[in-house]
Design a binder for this molecule. Sequence first.
Ligand SMILES: [Zn+2]
Length: 277
Amino acid sequence: MQTTLVQRLIIAFCLLATIGVPLASVLPSSASSTNGYRWAVKQTPFTVMAGENLTGEWSGIMQTAVNAWDKNDTVTIKRVAGSTGAQTCSPTTGRIEICNWNYGTQEGWLGLTRLYFDDRGNRIEAATLQLNDSFFNQRNGQYNDYDARLHTMCHEMGHTIGLDHVDTTSCMNDSQYAVFNYVKPISSDFRDLQRIYKQKDSYTTVDGKQKKEKKDKKDRKKNGKKNNKKRQDSRDRASQELRESGADVEGIGTRETVTVERMADGKTVVTYITWAE
Ligand SMILES: [Zn+2]
């Protein structure tokens, strides 16, 4: 599928309109650098739960990507049961939701990550990751390929934990070549994560009890349970306190489209769109 930049921006507008919120800005791709997006965490390493709303081959691919990312010392992505329908792939506060569906070829996107920010505007409080089977399952299609699937899962997963694009052999490389060749994160990604989360927050936007040591996280099986009411209360308090501190976020990318929208309630949603060719 051939699309011009203008067409892609129009498509981006349409995609954003589907969320049903007013648009503040849609930015085309620009030079790559650190984008400053991250979850609020009081400590590292921390765990972020990723809900699996997947079918078929995707389940194993998610596990492969999770295992690859797990080699970093900063964030553990913990696979849990999904809480949304794959078609809508709605966000869940404190979590990543990962979905696959036949989202259609008309809009032209292969993978889509949305980062939902808290009231301060620079801390992720939910993320969704969508994989478009309309391309991945296309008969004789170029993306009907294991490496393309794994790259996209790995790439979008990296966005959900705060990483931007790089020009290395990492899956965070956003070139078309990378889609078929770079299927896992590399040590420089892990260093980036360390740097991104070096500064600690006084509150947290990740769901679930955060354990002190990474090893403990892996050992303990049933720590996903959480007092939702309590978390919501503390979140509300944090939101209230932070309402007036208006830190801005900017859209930065290279060969993808990155959009930033500010919602009526002051919240921000950032969308990374990986286009199919
Ligand atoms: Zn990307």
